[in-house]
Design a protein. Sequence first.
Length: 132
Amino acid sequence: FVRRLPLKPELVRQGSAQVERWTPSEIAVSAQWLDQRGLSSETARYAILSDDGMAPALDRGALVVVDIRPARPRTGIYLVEVLGELMARRFHPTPAGGELVPDVAGRPRYALSELGDPLLGTFRVLWAGRDY
């Protein structure tokens, strides 16, 4: 993954309309889309996947938008930080609290208990896309 970078709003003129553009990327995210998810530029981040542990759902090079607000994981796909590297993994609840597993066999899986505080360094993926 590349570093998690903040999405920052910038108003630009497009014809007679003002349009929100989010930098430091070429990603345009509407304030309404963020508001519907209870997000802001302070709580949304994006990353580009360099890991293929979630292929074919999330291939290497996919762009993901994540929610960085602290929350207990629930069923879904998360970015998890392990030894300074961010990886996409699917969360599965277990009696011991849960584990983050890849879709690709042979890739590392992690029990939440191995990660220390699961509220730190575990980010829910809200959206994923790819330029084909």
